[in-house]
Design a protein around this ligand. Structure first.
Ligand code: FAD
Ligand code: UDP
Length: 370
């Protein structure tokens, strides 16, 4: 084998495909019993297509990434919508991102776009500089909306206050003065027509690629006779936590099938910022368009313990990551790629873009040596 790739998620699978097409022989391992990483989907016991590790909605502005993945899947157009229920007792639901409807419904107003802009201008608390997620939210929507929609959700999701997280986290959620209630506004918004796992099967289906699941890197590293390694697991784990553990946030996924109920909620995801141990409920049939007499949902319960899912962006963690990154840069035959290895709050399309970039660098490097 030329290259060992650790992890069969987007980072590993895209890198593997690119190296294989350049003529290299590649071994892809994953410690989980399946491919796809966190994007893995499967039919549940009742035959509904569900995302094992929480809702994955594909969206990108990148022509290159969309065209690349389109080689391995057809698409089902899908625009994600989210409602937030700030008070579970009243059960009243409001569009998120905050938009004109949110403001009018919440405060019993009838503002037009200019009116909403003036309203936000009145309630916002300008911040300069904007560093933390609290700065971002207060600067755009002010205190009341912050408390209703952001502070509780963030505390639950991260175990931290908004003020302890880098601005980029809350900046993922825009504020709108119009009625656009889509969660994303990217040029491409679609779901793989037959699911993510099928797309990964095609990505990895190449004569130069061998895939072995349920294999942990440590188990095979000494026996693996490879020229180089591409690692997409947690970078601190690769280095035996030499500088201490990089914090990652985990989640527990509570899946449930509701027999005989065709639809539970009006949109794909409903957020519960201030009540319940879970942050949100996602109903998969909205995402996939599947027809079924029942429906399947997942609740996400954040936790400090468990598999790593999210890097936790703040200055202390980024400084610790930099120390690991400096070590990584001294390696000549190990490369780190993906959300856990690069400690970046990447969406799927960003991981695909990063993997295409790494593969290009590796192929060109190998060609220069030959
Ligand atoms: P992963 O998918 O985590 O793959 C890494 C793989 O490496 C894993 O399968 C792991 O088992 C394996 N591995 C790790 N260590 C080892 C080891 N030592 N030995 C062997 N194998 C190992 N992105 C979007 O664009 N849209 C969304 O809607 C979206 N929703 C999300 C919802 C949730 C709840 C989460 C957690 C993430 C979401 N994402 C979403 C982000 C998306 O999951 C990631 O961007 C993407 O899956 C990262 O791909 P990756 O290959 O870097 O990592
Ligand atoms: N967020 C929030 N309230 C919400 C939704 C999001 O406070 O109802 C904040 C929270 O800090 C969250 C971040 O915005 O972690 C990013 O939200 P996103 O939906 O992008 O998170 P992901 O889908 O990556 O879990």
């Amino acid at each position: 084998m030329d290259t060992l790739i650790v992890g069969a998620g987007f980072a590993g699978a895209v890198t593997a495909r690119e190296l294989a097409e350049a003529g290299e022989r590649v071994l892809v391992i994953d410690k989980r019993p399946h491919i796809g990483g966190n994007a893995y989907d499967r039919l549940d016991a009742d035959g509904v297509l569900v995302h094992e590790y929480g809702p994955h909605i594909f969206h990108t502005n990148s022509d290159r990434v969309f065209e690349y993945l389109s080689r391995f899947t057809a698409w089902r157009p899908y625009e994600h919508r989210v409602l937030a229920v700030p008070d579970a007792r009243s059960g009243k639901a409001f569009p998120l991102p905050i938009n004109r409807t949110t403001i009018n419904r919440l405060y019993g107003l009838d503002l037009d776009e200019a009116g909403v802009a003036a309203f936000l201008e009145r309630v916002r608390e300008p911040k300069d500089p904007i560093r933390t997620s609290e700065d971002v939210v207060l600067n755009s929507v002010g205190r009341d909306l912050c408390e209703k929609f952001f502070r509780g959700y963030t505390r639950k999701q991260w175990g931290l206050d908004l003020s302890q997280l880098a601005g980029g986290v809350a900046a993922r959620i825009p504020t709108r003065t119009n009625d656009d209630d889509r969660y994303f506004t990217d040029k491409y918004q679609a779901m793989p027509a037959e699911g993510y796992t099928k797309m990964f099967e095609r990505l990895l289906d190449h004569p130069n690629i061998t895939v072995r699941t349920s294999v942990e890197y440590r188990q095979i590293v000494s026996a693996a006779d490879v020229r180089r390694t591409v690692f997409s697991g947690p970078i601190d784990e690769f280095y035996d936590h030499r500088f201490g553990r990089l914090p990652y946030r985990s989640l527990r996924f509570e899946h449930q099938h509701l027999k005989g109920m065709a639809q539970l909620q009006a949109v794909g995801t409903v957020n519960y910022p201030n009540d319940h141990p879970y942050t949100r409920i996602t109903e998969f049939k909205h995402l996939t368009g599947q027809q079924h007499a029942g429906t399947s949902i997942v609740r996400e319960i954040p936790s400090a313990e468990g598999d790593p899912y999210y890097p936790i962006p703040n200055p202390a963690n980024e400084a610790l990551f930099k120390r690991y990154e400096a070590l990584a840069e001294t390696e000549s035959d190990v490369f780190f790629i993906g959300r856990l290895a690069q400690y970046r709050y990447y969406n799927m399309d960003q991981v695909v873009g990063a993997a295409l970039g790494l593969a290009k660098k590796l192929v060109e490097g190998a060609a220069a040596l030959a």
